[in-house]
Write a protein that binds this ligand. Structure first.
Ligand SMILES: Cc1cc2nc3c(=O)[nH]c(=O)nc-3n(C[C@H](O)[C@H](O)[C@H](O)COP(=O)(O)OP(=O)(O)OC[C@H]3O[C@@H](n4cnc5c(N)ncnc54)[C@H](O)[C@@H]3O)c2cc1C
Length: 413
C-alpha cells in the first residue's frame, strides 16, 4: 500500500487550521506546529463574505458556524461627521441566493474553535503546541525543518512538503523568499467587543455599519448570535516603536478623542462601549506589496498561505477569507495524485496569486476612498448616493475563488 504523503504546517491560526483540514481531506497526513502554548484567537470579530462561507460549507462546517455566527440583513454606509446615510446593501437572503452562501460575521475565537474541533475529529492530523519552526531547507525529495520546543530543545523533522501559515512575520517566507520585513501601513486599528445588552437600546445594532472619514473610518457589526457588538476604528497614525508586541492595550480616551468630530450617534456608541466594560486593543496595520508572481506563493516543496503569503489592509474584510480560499485551493491541488508534489504546489500558486493580489490592491484602494477628504470625498459621497448597492456589491469577489465541490465528507479514514 502506498504511504500517504505528509505535510508540515507552521502556524495554527485560522489559516493554518483550515489548511490542516484541507490537506487531510486531500488524503495527506498532517503535522501542525504552533509556537504559542495554547490554541486561541484574540477577542475580536471577522466578517466572512459568501466566498469564504462557501469554503467552510464545502468542509461541512456551515452548521457549526451557524450556531455561533451572525447573518446581518444590511450593510449600511454613513458619513461619520453628520451621520448621513450614503448607501445600503442587502446582505440577507437575496445576497445568499446570488452567491450560494450567506454573508456572516463571527467572533474569531468561535471560527477558530469550529476549525479546531473539525481538525481534532480527524485521524491523521497531529497538532503540536509550543513548537516554533526556526529553520528549514529542501531538496528534490523532502523538506527538513528545525522545530524548537518550548523547553528550548530543537528537533529536526522531515516532510514531503512544508506550508507556511505562520502569519505576518512568517519564518517560512523569510527563508523561501528572503524578502524585506513586513512594513507598517501608516494606519492604526482600535478594536473592542461589548455585550449588546450592556448598551442603551438605541445604540445596539444588528447590521454591518461603516462610518466614513475624513482620515478615519469605523465599522461595527454583531457577533455570537447578536449578543455582542464588535467595533473597529481605523485612523492614520504612527505605530508604537515596539512592533513585535503588536497588540497593545489602548485607552478609550484615545478613541473618544479620535472621534471628537463625529456625529452624536457614533460618539455615543463609542462612549457607551467603553462604559460597558469593552476593552480597546490597538493594532498597527502591517502590509506587503501585492503578490507579483506565483513563485511568491510556492517554490518546490514549500508553499505559503494566508497572511504569510499576502498580508493586506483590512478594508475589504477579506484577509481570513483569502486564507480559507487558499486552503480550499490547496486541497484540490494536493489531491492530484498523478502530479509530483512541486507541480501540485505550483498549480495551487498559479490558481491563487492573481486573485489575492487583486484583493490586496482593492483593499488598499478602499482605504483611500474610506478616508477621503476634499473633492474625492464629495465625489465618493455623490457616487454612493447615486449607485449605492451597485458599488457595495462585489460579484468578482463574492462569486470568485476556488470552485469548491459541495461537502462530500472527508476522504480519510
Ligand atoms: C483590524 C483587522 C480587522 C480584520 N478584519 C477582517 C475581516 O473582517 N475579515 C477577514 O477575512 N479578515 C480580517 N482581517 C484579517 C485576518 O485577521 C487575517 O488575515 C487572518 O487572521 C490571517 O490568518 P493566518 O492564519 O494567515 O495568520 P495568523 O492569524 O497570524 O496566524 C499565524 C499563526 O502562526 C503562528 N506562528 C508564527 N510563527 C510561527 C513559527 N515560526 N512556527 C510555528 N508557529 C508560528 C502564530 O503564533 C499564529 O498562531 C482583519 C485584520 C485586522 C488587523
Amino acid at each position: 500500500m502506498v504511504q500517504p504523503r505528509q505535510i508540515l504546517i507552521a502556524g495554527g491560526g485560522i489559516g493554518g487550521l483550515a489548511a490542516a483540514l484541507a490537506c487531510r481531506r486531500a488524503g495527506w497526513e498532517v503535522r501542525l506546529a504552533e509556537r504559542a502554548d495554547a490554541f486561541g484567537e484574540i477577542g475580536a470579530g471577522v466578517q466572512l463574505g459568501p466566498n469564504a462561507m462557501r469554503c467552510l460549507a464545502a468542509w461541512g462546517l456551515e452548521a457549526p458556524v451557524r450556531t455561533v455566527a451572525c447573518f446581518p440583513e444590511r450593510l449600511r454606509v454613513h458619513r461619520a461627521g453628520d451621520g448621513a446615510e450614503l448607501a445600503t446593501l442587502g446582505l440577507g437572503a437575496a445576497l445568499a441566493g446570488r452567491y450560494g452562501a450567506p454573508y456572516a460575521t463571527i467572533h474569531r475565537a468561535d471560527l477558530h474553535r469550529v476549525l479546531l474541533d473539525a481538525v481534532q475529529a480527524l485521524p491523521g492530523v497531529q497538532l503540536h503546541l509550543g513548537q516554533e519552526l526556526t529553520q528549514w531547507e529542501q531538496d528534490s525529495m523532502a523538506v527538513t525543518a528545525r522545530v524548537r520546543h518550548d523547553d528550548g530543545v530543537e528537533v529536526e523533522t522531515q516532510a514531503d512538503a512544508l506550508l507556511g501559515a505562520d502569519g505576518l512575520r512568517s519564518r517560512v517566507r523569510s527563508v523561501l523568499l528572503g524578502d524585506d520585513a513586513v512594513h507598517p501601513a501608516g494606519h492604526l486599528a482600535y478594536r473592542a467587543v461589548a455585550a449588546q445588552r450592556s448598551l442603551p437600546a438605541r445604540l445596539r445594532s444588528q447590521d454591518v455599519t461603516v462610518w466614513l472619514g475624513p482620515h478615519l473610518h469605523v465599522v461595527h457589526y454583531p457577533l455570537r448570535g447578536g449578543e455582542l457588538l464588535n467595533l473597529v476604528a481605523i485612523c492614520h497614525g504612527r505605530p508604537p516603536s515596539d512592533l513585535v508586541h503588536w497588540d497593545h492595550a489602548a485607552h478609550a480616551d484615545d478613541v473618544r478623542a479620535l472621534l471628537s468630530g463625529a456625529c452624536t450617534e457614533l460618539r455615543d456608541r463609542v462612549g457607551a462601549l467603553a462604559q460597558s466594560g469593552g476593552v480597546w486593543r490597538l493594532w498597527p496595520l502591517l502590509e506587503r506589496p501585492p503578490v507579483a508572481a506565483p513563485e511568491e506563493m510556492a517554490r518546490g516543496l514549500v508553499a505559503l498561505l494566508g497572511d504569510a503569503a499576502h498580508p493586506m489592509r483590512p478594508y475589504l474584510a477579506q484577509g481570513a477569507g483569502m486564507a480559507l480560499e487558499d486552503a480550499a485551493e490547496l486541497q484540490q491541488a494536493l489531491a492530484m495524485d498523478a502530479l509530483d508534489v512541486p507541480l501540485r504546489l505550483r498549480r495551487y500558486a498559479l490558481n491563487r496569486w492573481q486573485r489575492v493580489a487583486r484583493v490586496q490592491r482593492r483593499s488598499r484602494r478602499n482605504g483611500g476612498i474610506f478616508h477621503a477628504t476634499g473633492a474625492l470625498r464629495v465625489a465618493r459621497d455623490a457616487s454612493l448616493r447615486l449607485l449605492g448597492g451597485h458599488l457595495l456589491d462585489l460579484p468578482w469577489l463574492y462569486a470568485g475563488g476556488p470552485a469548491v465541490p459541495p461537502d462530500a465528507g472527508a476522504s480519510v479514514n
